[in-house]
Write a protein that binds this ligand. Structure first.
Ligand SMILES: [Zn+2]
Ligand SMILES: [Zn+2]
Length: 335
């Protein structure tokens, strides 16, 4: 297996884990069509593994996948977490059991991101406060104490002011202004069921505060995720990932949970915190698996051509193998 991505030339990560490929942390496989890919961590494109021994490697992956936990699934694609690896099973709709989620890791990653900001800022402000304190003769000690909270509050402010990434900002039906939406405005948005898309998001207008527009599909999903991320920073108590995971499980998987929440038509702000965390998980996992499905369709097209050519004549097979072994440099002599 090559070490670099055929599309972006970036270095592929991981050691291939159960696949035995020796490279890859996110691996996709199709048992029915005997396909095996390493997904690039940089550009997310799928690198088809060479044909040799692919069967055995796929078998090993399928075994690991059966022990892993299904994070989310569409009809065609299942994202399974197994140890440190992401296994993406595609093709034949697998029979799924939604076991306990492993969302804890991701929550930790998000907190680390927050800490990267909060810690340096706290150190800087404490330094400043100490200087002020010394100048004032030691009377502002209480002030120093509040610094981490202050940094957190600033961080929340920054996240809350991030613009919601929409292709085109919606126009308010009530007052006619262009809605410049920030993450914090999503707190007043309502999740509603939609007949065409799975989920709709009714937006409250930042200028007239009436419900003036509705998003559906991927845009609703993206805006919802941004709003939930912001709200997660505003809560006092830390909801436990396991409790939220149990809620998702109890609902019968991410899709059902999202539908349940949408039926109630609540604003994000008024959803109970543990339920909100559960919704956040469900939406995250679904977005990820939907993206995987899109990438798979593209990768499968390429694989069909590559493998089809290989199986017709031995000559072509040798030629393709030679091309593949030459790696992603496209035949330029090694420098
Ligand atoms: Zn790449
Ligand atoms: Zn308005």
């Amino acid at each position: 297996m090559y070490r670099t991505c055929a599309f972006c030339n970036g270095k592929l990560d991981g050691d291939g884990g159960p696949s035995g490929l020796g490279v890859g942390r996110r691996l996709a496989f199709d048992e029915w069509r005997s396909r095996l890919w390493v997904i690039c961590p940089k550009c997310s494109r799928w690198n088809l593994a060479p044909l040799e021994e692919r069967l055995e490697q796929i078998e090993a992956l399928a075994r690991a996948a059966r022990e892993g936990r299904v994070a989310a699934a569409t009809e065609q694609v299942a994202l399974i977490r197994w140890q440190g690896y992401d296994l993406v099973r595609v093709g034949k709709p697998p029979r799924l059991e939604f076991a306990t989620w492993r969302y804890g890791e991701r929550l930790k990653a998000r907190r680390r991101e927050q800490l990267k900001f909060v810690v340096p800022l706290t150190v800087a402000t404490v330094g400043l406060a100490v200087a002020v304190n010394v100048a004032a003769g030691g009377s502002v000690g209480v002030f120093v104490w509040n610094m981490p909270r202050m940094a957190q509050w600033m961080y929340r402010g920054i996240v809350g002011r991030r613009a919601v990434g929409l292709v085109e900002p919606p126009i308010c039906e009530r007052c006619g202004t262009v809605m410049r939406l920030q993450a914090r405005h999503m707190a007043h948005a309502r999740v509603v069921p939609d007949t065409k898309a799975d989920l709709g998001l009714v937006l409250s207008c930042p200028s007239c505060h009436a419900e003036g527009a509705m998003l559906i599909g991927p845009e609703a999903q993206a805006a919802l995720r941004q709003g939930l991320t912001y709200l997660a920073l505003t809560r006092r108590r830390r909801e436990r990932a396991e409790d939220a995971a149990r809620l998702v499980e109890g609902a019968g998987g991410p899709e059902r949970l999202i539908r349940d929440v949408a039926r109630r038509e609540l604003t994000l702000r008024s959803i109970a915190p543990e339920r909100r965390l559960a919704l956040e998980m469900a939406v995250d996992e679904q977005a990820e698996v939907a993206a995987l499905e899109r990438q798979w369709r593209e990768a499968e097209e390429i694989a069909e051509i590559a493998d089809g050519l290989l199986s017709t004549t031995a000559e072509l097979e040798a030629e393709l193998r030679r091309l593949k072994e030459r790696g992603p440099d496209g035949g330029q002599p090694p420098s």
